[in-house]
Design a protein around this ligand. Sequence first.
Ligand code: ATP
Length: 368
Amino acid sequence: MTEAARIAVIPGDGIGVEVTEATLHLCDLALARVGLPALSRDVIAAGAAYFRETGQDIQPDGETRAGQGEAIFLGAIGLPSVRHKDGTEISPHLRLRDLFGLYAGVRPVKAYPNAPQRLADPRAASLDLVILRESTEGLFYSAAVHGRAEVFGDDAVHDIMRITRPTTEKLHWFGFRLAEKRKARGGKGQLTCVDKSNVFTSQAFFRKIYDEIAPEFPKVTKGYAYIDAMALDLVRKPWEADVLVMENIFGDILSDLAGGLVGGMGMAACGEYGDDHALFQPAHGSAPDITGQDAANPLAAVLSGAMMLDYIADRRAEEAFADAAALIEAAVQAGFEANDLRPMEFGGDMGCRAMVSALETHLAEVSP
Ligand code: ATP
């Protein structure tokens, strides 16, 4: 019998706790359907609430334990009322990215039937793209480890835009492979390098490395866009995009924009991949404004859970985990098609619990 997948779980703050519980429950149901045991969980306390209680942002052995699982699942971290003295957020998550080298942040953006389309053009119904956000350096380099920013008294602060060859090479390889994989599944197979290479030396370097790797992938369509023009095009014609690769802060901003195109942050799934570790989380925050009201949309987390099962399938070379992931994706698709998923986030009548119960029903019926 297959051994249960061991994952580290950081529910975190606010709605992170609710959507994590929903996700792991649905993952277990999907695993059971393909004859696999439920996930074995090591739950780690971390986040802003934990910091308020203890002065630490993660349990003393939390980082080590997070690295021991086959994957990490994180709900959400941060509370506006709990900050460092300089006003920045409590963020062990940024440190985990740094520690485990989780350079490739994959943020799929897909339109579902009956979910809100914020654009009137009918082509918005076919939206299916991925923001590939470098997640360890760029303009977040200084933020990953508190104190990395250079502070000159009360006169100036330097945050650093760091682009390194090893990370950028890995990122572009990852992007080209992802575009190739999507092409094999009937997608466009296109990787667009999104940067500001006309202004910043670091960004020109980012594009140069893209150009060096591009010839290795003759079947992938190449493209370039400046970040500002890309923001415009994501509103004007996002259906033309496939995989968009970019530096950390650009990806942070554009993934929120893209999440908005298909409804809201409650649809924004995310997987962060390194060489030996990966972390899965909804791209939204802890949403303190709706915490404890059973109002959260769990889909971003649930779809991140499916990405996690897919990753475990690759890591173990056990296809059944990918079948369980496909079941979750099919249940979400079927749920929207039947108009059975109507999250409050979109003005619907379903809170987190009702959404989970509708997904349970579809999960029992769909085939991968
Ligand atoms: P962070 O900086 O950690 O990304 P944030 O301050 O940008 O967080 P979020 O916590 O993501 O903000 O919330 C932004 C808005 O989106 C809030 O109004 C919140 O209620 C809403 N929101 C976020 N996630 C969800 C969700 N899963 N379901 C419903 N609404 C959500």
